[in-house]
Every structure is written in structure tokens, then in C-alpha cells.
Design a protein around this ligand. Structure first.
Ligand SMILES: Cc1cc2nc3c(=O)[nH]c(=O)nc-3n(C[C@H](O)[C@H](O)[C@H](O)COP(=O)(O)OP(=O)(O)OC[C@H]3O[C@@H](n4cnc5c(N)ncnc54)[C@H](O)[C@@H]3O)c2cc1C
Length: 417
């Protein structure tokens, strides 16, 4: 407060008291001069982009229909109850506000890149100079009849919680019950691991894992398939590979080879497909296709749009992974700043980070390209990645904010013991 009792803006105070170690913060430009940036989708890629765009330089508005950031790489642990929903969620409004930006809790219905405007599901129109699209992917059911209606998807905290509740009810029954997991990629393997972590002693609960490809996790070395089968020997688990699903009904999963698997709960982990918004906004040439981008993540169709995370169709396709999405968020923020300054954007260079695939408490696989190393102790590594990245996304600033971090760390310590 100055002598006249007027509260000075923080940046004025910093300018008048420069610190040798800290460059004086530049005076923010008047709002009208700041380029308007909209970010559509605020999970890994979009949120990271928002956190890297300086509020002093850009007028940023972030759109997402759901209230919470969700840490998806560990949602399988909800199925066994090893994690609770609150462990995996962070409130978006607070995170976006902390970065100095506006959060609008609404889905975006269309993006008109040429006109520099978007329209939300409730009909609000918002103008922009740059748009960052980070809408991820949708559950892919490959058009299998009944899959949308009768199978539970495995793509969000709410969906995995619903699976946990259904499983718990089946486990309480005294009659034989059957669970079918469709998809033998890393999501399917992680789902099976969590069912076994919690219920492998319940002999009345049988589990089927169905994969259309010749083996589980067909993109990785055959070692994972062999290790999963070894762990399942002697348990009430059947693994069906090389046979696609023909139809899902309320009580069964019908395979193309004629086998009918009775199912009290069908879990669908069939991968992701591009959301309709991409083609509807002419960022992708056709429905179900990812938005083609240049190596700089700039849309091949609209120079004022960057597409990042799972939604981006890079010239050299990349695994749809959270750590790539985070890196792309950083790259897009940097490239928006460069484009606004009239400089050429830089190419995105993905790092080579190995993937950790958990198989409940039975094993964890470290996958680097086609190489695989298996060791249950890697579970602590997966937990550490989760802890550290969550703390990076939401760094604690007060003693109160340290509490969730401390609770997560205590959980890790318990698990390690
Ligand atoms: C079960 C499971 C396990 C996984 N395990 C791993 C793992 O171990 N390691 C790893 O690296 N990756 C893992 N992944 C993949 C990883 O989660 C994704 O690659 C990552 O979430 C992609 O980030 P994203 O920001 O592009 O999209 P998402 O995280 O999917 O976020 C998209 C956001 O866009 C919002 N949105 C969608 N449509 C609109 C719209 N029209 N308007 C506004 N907002 C919209 C959504 O609400 C959402 O918040 C896993 C995924 C799943 C499902």
C-alpha cells in the first residue's frame, strides 16, 4: 500500500525493487494487445500448454466439460480399490486460475479456424488468434454390435469406479460369476491385473481376456504374453487370443469363432479413436481420423491452430501416451509464443520414455520399444512417476496444500513396505 492508501499492483512493486538474482518482471501489456489463445481440452496436453503460456503475454481461455484433471495412467488401480477417485483428480478451475487464465467448464461444439472463433455446446461464441486443440480420443468399439450399450468403457475415473462397484457386487454373490475383459493391449492387461489383485482367491469369479491379435500386447515383445499366462496358471482365468469379438449382449460376449462367453460384467479396453470434433471442425479429413499436424504440431490445414496430445496425427505416428501429451503441451505453448512474435515454430522432438505396465501386485513390465523387462519392484517406479508428475502439475504452496501430497507419499510408502 502507498502513502495515499492505494494498493499497488504486484508488478509495480517488483519493478521498483529489482533483485539482482531475479530479472524484473516486465509490465504486462494492456489486455487488448495480448493475443487471444483458446485451449480446447485440459487434461495432460491442454493443461500443460496452459501452465506454460504466460498470462502477462497471452489472454488465455481454457475449455473442458469436466471439472477435474484426471491422471489416467493409474485408473486401473481404482478397479481393485488400491486408489480412490480423489487420488487421481485435481480441480481444473484452480489449476487454470493459478496459471493466470480463465476456465470455462463447457465442451466446445465447433471450431471455425478461418474465422478465428469457436462455439461451445451451450452456444457461446469465443474469438481467438490461436487455438490449441487437446481433446484426446474416444472409446473405440470398432462398430461391434452391443459394445456401446452393454460393455463398460475403461477411460475415465468414473468409468473405472463403476467397474469397481460392479465387481464388488459380483464378488459378494455365492453363485458362479463371469467377467469378460475385451482388449489385450496394456489397458486390458492392467485391468486383468487389478481384478486379480483383489479377487484372485474368489474361485466363483472367473475372468476371460479376449484379444483379436495373435497375442497380448502385440506391439511389445512376446515376453509379456508369456509372463501374464504364467501368472494366470492355476487361477480362474482364460485368455483367448487371435479371435475378435462379434457381438456383446447383456449376458454374453460372442466371439467370431462361435464361442459364447457368459458375462456378468464386460469391460471394454479396445483403444481410442479420434473425437468427432476434429472432422466436424475440418481439422481432420474424415470422421474417426486424427488431425494431421506438421512436425511443429501446427495443423496442416489451419496455421492458427495447434493440435496436441492423443488428438494429433503426426507425420511419424507416435504412441498415444501421457508423457508425449505433456511434452506436446510445452512445445505448443512455445510455438504459439514464437508464432505470435512472428518467428517460425520449432519441431516437436519426442523423448524416448519407457512405458511401465502394471499387472496388479503380481508383476510390472518396463517396455522400451520392443524390449521388455519384468519385475514386481517396478511398481514403485510407476508409483513414483505418478507422485512426482502430480506434484509437478499441482505444486504445493501452503502447508494445507502439502496434505494431499503427503497422503499420496504415505500411500507409496505403505505399498513399498
Ligand atoms: C486406462 C489407461 C491407461 C493408460 N496408461 C498410460 C500409461 O501408463 N502411461 C502413459 O504415458 N499413458 C497412458 N495412457 C494414455 C494417456 O492417458 C493418454 O495418452 C493421455 O491422457 C492423452 O492426453 P491428452 O491430453 O491428449 O488427452 P486426454 O487426457 O484424453 O484429455 C482430453 C481432454 O479433452 C477434453 N475434451 C474432449 N472433448 C472436448 C471438447 N469438445 N471440448 C472441450 N474439451 C474436450 C476431455 O474432457 C479431456 O479432459 C493410458 C490411458 C488409459 C485410458
Amino acid at each position: 500500500m502507498n502513502s495515499s492508501g492505494v494498493v499497488l499492483p504486484v508488478y509495480t512493486a517488483v519493478r521498483s525493487c529489482p533483485d539482482d538474482d531475479m530479472p524484473a518482471r516486465p509490465t504486462p501489456a494492456p489486455p487488448a494487445a495480448r493475443p487471444r489463445v483458446v485451449i480446447v481440452g485440459a487434461n495432460f496436453a491442454g493443461l500443460r500448454a496452459a501452465q506454460r503460456l504466460a498470462a502477462a503475454a497471452f489472454d488465455v481461455t481454457v475449455f473442458d466439460p469436466s471439472a477435474n484433471f484426471e491422471w489416467l495412467p493409474n485408473i486401473h488401480e481404482l478397479v481393485s480399490g488400491a486408489k480412490r477417485p480423489a487420488d487421481l483428480r485435481l480441480p481444473r478451475r484452480r489449476l487454470v486460475a493459478r496459471a493466470g487464465h480463465r476456465f470455462v467448464r463447457e465442451a466446445v461444439a465447433s471450431i471455425e479456424a478461418r474465422r478465428g472463433r469457436l462455439t461451445t455446446a451451450r452456444g457461446r461464441v469465443h474469438a481467438f488468434d490461436f487455438c490449441i486443440v487437446a481433446v484426446g480420443g474416444c472409446n473405440e468399439t470398432h462398430g461391434v454390435p452391443g459394445a456401446d450399450r452393454y460393455a463398460l468403457p475403461f477411460k475415465s475415473v468414473d468409468q473405472c469406479e463403476a467397474i469397481r462397484r460392479r465387481l464388488a457386487a459380483l464378488a459378494r454373490s455365492r453363485d458362479p460369476r463371469s467377467v469378460v475383459i475385451v482388449g489385450g493391449g496394456f489397458e486390458g492387461v492392467e485391468a486383468l491385473g487389478e481384478v486379480l489383485r483383489r479377487y484372485r482367491s474368489r474361485r466363483h469369479l472367473s475372468v476371460h481376456l479376449v484379444e483379436a491379435g495373435p497375442r497380448l500386447m502385440a506391439n511389445a515383445a512376446a515376453k509379456i504374453d508369456a509372463a501374464v499366462r504364467r501368472h494366470c496358471a492355476g487361477l480362474s482365468v482364460s485368455i483367448h487370443t487371435g479371435v475378435p469379438v462379434a457381438r456383446v449382449t447383456a449376458a454374453a460376449v460372442q466371439l467370431r469363432d462361435g464361442l459364447r462367453l457368459r458375462s456378468d460384467l464386460t469391460i471394454w479396453t479396445g483403444g481410442v479413436v479420434a473425437p468427432p470434433l476434429l472432422a466436424a471442425s475440418r481439422l481432420a479429413p474424415r470422421a474417426r481420423q486424427w488431425a494431421p499436424v506438421e512436425p511443429t504440431l501446427r495443423s496442416q490445414r489451419h496455421p492458427n491452430v495447434f493440435v496436441i496430445g492423443d488428438a494429433a496425427g503426426l507425420p511419424r505416428p507416435l504412441a498415444k501416451q501421457a508423457f508425449h501429451a505433456l511434452e506436446m503441451g510445452e512445445c505448443a505453448a512455445r510455438n504459439v509464443a514464437r508464432a505470435a512474435a512472428g518467428r517460425a515454430p520449432l519441431a516437436y522432438r519426442p523423448s524416448r520414455t519407457p512405458l511401465l505396465v502394471a499387472f496388479g501386485d503380481l508383476d510390472t513390465f518396463l517396455v522400451a520399444g520392443r524390449a521388455v523387462v519384468a519385475n514386481p519392484a517396478f511398481a514403485a517406479g510407476k508409483e513414483a512417476v505418478y507422485q512426482l508428475t502430480m506434484a509437478q502439475i499441482d505444486p504445493p504452496t501452503t502447508a494445507q496444500a502439502l496434505r494431499p501430497l503427503a497422503a499420496r507419499a504415505a500411500g507409496l510408502a505403505r505399498r513399498l513396505r
